[in-house]
Design a protein around this ligand. Structure first.
Ligand code: ADP
Ligand code: MG
Length: 703
């Protein structure tokens, strides 16, 4: 029986969105609220009071008993603390209430979140404040009452940001301020702000829960720390865009329904390259809302999976030897009147505003490449960037034939006079309708690719919040647009100054453009020749936050103070150390409590068999050979795990966060391969039934 969903009826039915507010709020209050949004003015208390009341009434009609301030601490996931609407009266009865104050401000304590030293636990005060640019919504779950969720920012008593949303909102404002200066120079008088939009494509794996439950590494770390390759991987390309299995489709159906109710435009679903890997993409939205929605997508993906006895893995590299998961961050900026500043038009060579914006983005990406790399750095993503599936850790920009041709005309001849056009697609089949192809092909290996009217930043990891990359993108582009505006606003001859600026910047930053194969070794060498940074791991990437230029940049645009930035650097190291520590402890545990005992038991069986076979005078050489191979690997494994344990015990004691992260990287993480190798070898030597946990074959091919 197929499932029927009335999409137009359920879409955004659980969102206290603009239409709902317009319908429920008194006209004057609605107008005042809209003004607050448009002009960024403070929200008047009486407006908040009435909105809170209506929000509560609406939520109660939907069955809600609680509300929560929902925020995004420095953990890549969201946080919530539920409060009931109940308000006891003197006569013993209960009133359900929700005040404007409760809507606007919360004090969740939350002192245990990472703060990078901004808050000592004794200074527990932290505040959440309503982010009215992202609508409140109702979260439902089976067997529980719905809860009203209010998107908020999270900051300390002294006003420092303790979350990812505050700097994201600040960076959006910074970009708007600078981009407005540019569009005014080109005579736009109607736009009042520039907003950035993002469409994040989310990759994930689905594994069977019963199988998952037998793997401590998946449970504790989200990835497999052991596992010999299955006989089959992704070499046949038979999973990518393949027919979706019914069990998976049933999952996707329920996931879509949940997302649509929350007004999330889940649009595209397909199988990805690796076995058991899939992707979901929503339609792009304002960065702030896209970020909230991406957090919800990740959370709901996991919850719905459990209802199907599946587990959704969002880790960047759950399995060795097959593709990991990322999140393509499609980014653009447009005016509030709907003009996309990244739209080249049919003749980009004559679109001066576009060329200026393009030159500014090239300069931003080249000047701040290490920072952009940092924004995609997580311990999980270290496995991906540089392996031959994700973009390399080297930042470069793909522009495609058409734009590259325009820019080379500019550099070589001083002027661009023509644009290549897309020709008709020749299929050789007369019954297929003819259509013209794009002026530019795609490049799947580029970390930062122009795709028609947007840039696609492909380094981001699947488990990460998209706030970090967008904070960085918005801020670095705000900076170069600011530099451009500083020059052009003062120019006596605007046309001449504009021409020179575009030409100079393109010439200066041409090294960042690369249209070739980003996965090849030749590119690594070529990039080194060009002087492009190749930052291979999270620890090195994090240290970029201490660069005086970076501190100056964020301070200038009001995105991070020096204190906030130092705190993020510290949290970056801490998160890295903790992640590697958990992986190390899990490895040690699995080796000592599962692998070694299983191997010992098996060797006893084989040894008995050797003795028995010999006792009857038969040839036991095969049994002896197997026994020897196994015991050789077993002693290698034992030696490696002893070293790993010592290194972990030493690293955990280091106090300086950076020194500790370096130790976890160089002494602990570096030891993982030495433990894994003999363990994986043993897996191939033992009887299938004797191995203590499910293999790759069972994990990847049984859904
Ligand atoms: P792909 O072929 O890479 O999957 P799509 O055209 O399907 O590309 O788009 C991928 C994502 O980019 C989607 O989330 C889509 O909504 C988003 N997107 C499309 N146009 C823009 C834009 N102008 N700005 C930001 N994101 C966009
Ligand atoms: Mg894409």
């Amino acid at each position: 029986m197929s499932v029927k969903i009335n999409v137009s009826e359920i879409f955004a039915s659980n969102v206290f969105d603009d239409a709902t507010m317009k319908q429920r709020l008194p006209k004057k209050i609605y107008a005042e609220f809209k003004n607050t949004l448009l002009e960024g003015k403070d929200l008047e208390p009486h407006v908040a009071e009435i909105i809170a009341h209506e929000m509560k009434e609406w939520a109660i009609e939907k069955g809600a008993t609680h509300y929560t301030h929902w925020f995004q601490p420095l953990t890549n996931i969201t946080a919530e603390k539920h409060d009931a609407f109940i308000n006891p009266q003197k006569d013993g009865s209960i009133l359900l209430s929700f005040s404007g104050k409760e809507l606007i401000k919360g004090e969740p304590d939350g002192s245990s979140f990472p703060s990078g030293g901004i808050r000592a636990t004794c200074e527990a005060r932290g505040y959440t404040a309503w982010d009215c640019t992202s609508p409140a919504f109702i979260h439902e779950a089976p067997d529980s009452t719905p809860v009203l969720y209010i998107p908020t920012i999270f900051c300390s008593y002294t006003g420092e940001a303790l979350d990812k949303k505050t700097p994201l909102l600040r960076s959006m404002e910074a970009l708007s301020t600078q981009a407005m200066r540019i569009i005014k120079l080109f005579g736009d008088t109607t736009a009042t702000k520039v907003v950035t939009s993002v469409g994040p494509e989310q990759e994930y794996f689905l594994v069977d829960k019963d199988t998952y439950d037998k793997r401590k590494d998946l449970i504790f770390t989200g990835r497999t720390l052991f596992g010999a390759p299955a006989p089959k991987g992704q070499e046949l390309d038979d999973h990518y865009f393949g027919t979706i299995k019914e069990r998976v489709l049933a999952y996707m159906t329920e996931l879509n329904e949940e997302l649509w109710k929350l007004g999330i435009t889940a649009k595209t679903q397909h199988n990805e390259v690796a076995p058991a890997q899939h992707e979901l993409a929503p339609i792009y939205d304002t960065t702030n809302i896209a970020t909230d929605h991406n957090q919800l997508i990740m959370e709901i993906m996991k919850k719905v999976a459990l209802r199907h006895n599946l587990v959704c893995l969002l880790h960047e590299k759950p399995f060795a030897g097959i593709n990991g998961s990322g999140k393509h961050n499609n980014w653009s900026m447009s005016t509030d009147t709907g003009k996309n500043l990244l739209e080249p038009g049919d003749t980009p060579h004559s679109n001066k505003q576009f060329l200026l914006v393009l030159a500014s983005i090239l300069k931003a990406v080249d000047d701040y490449a290490p920072l952009l790399r940092m924004s995609a750095a997580t311990p999980g993503n270290d496995h991906r960037l540089g392996a031959n599936e994700a973009p390399p850790a080297i930042i470069s920009v793909f522009l495609g034939d058409q734009l590259e041709d325009v820019l080379s005309q500019l550099c070589e001849k001083g002027e661009a006079t023509r644009s290549l056009e897309g020709s008709q697609l020749e299929t050789g089949v007369s019954t297929v309708p003819r259509f013209s192809k794009d002026a530019t092909d795609r490049n799947r290996t580029s970390p930062f690719a122009f795709t028609g009217n947007k840039f696609e930043f492909r380094m981001v990891g699947s488990s990460a919040s998209i706030a970090d990359p967008n904070i960085v993108l918005n801020t670095i582009v705000a900076e170069t647009l600011c530099q451009a505006a500083d020059i052009l606003e003062k120019a006596d001859d605007f046309e001449l100054a504009l021409h020179d600026l575009i030409k100079d910047w393109v010439t200066d930053h041409i090294r960042i453009i690369f249209n070739g194969d980003g996965y090849s070794d030749a590119w690594v060498e070529e990039a080194a020749r060009r002087g492009l940074p190749n930052i291979k791991n999270t620890v090195d990437a994090t240290s970029v936050l201490a660069d005086p230029e970076v501190i100056k940049l964020f301070d200038k645009h009001g995105v991070f103070s020096a204190v906030e930035l130092a705190a993020r650097e510290e949290v970056g190291y801490e998160n890295y150390s903790k992640a590697i520590n958990i992986e190390a402890r899990t490895m040690i545990d699995m080796v000592k409590k599962e692998i070694i005992p299983a191997v010992m038991e098996y060797t006893t069986t084989v040894a008995k068999s050797v003795a028995a076979v010999k006792a009857v005078g038969a040839d036991a050489s095969v049994q002896e050979k197997v026994l020897k191979e196994i015991t050789t690997e077993l002693s290698k494994l034992d030696a490696a795990v002893v070293k790993l344990e010592a290194a972990t015990d030493a690293s955990v004691k280091i106090e300086d966060p950076k020194a500790q992260a370096i130790a976890y990287r160089d002494d602990v993480f570096a030891q993982f391969a030495e433990v894994r190798e003999p363990a994986d070898k043993l897996e191939t030597l033992l009887d299938e039934k004797a191995w203590p946990f499910p293999t790759y074959a069972e994990l990847l091919f049984n859904v």
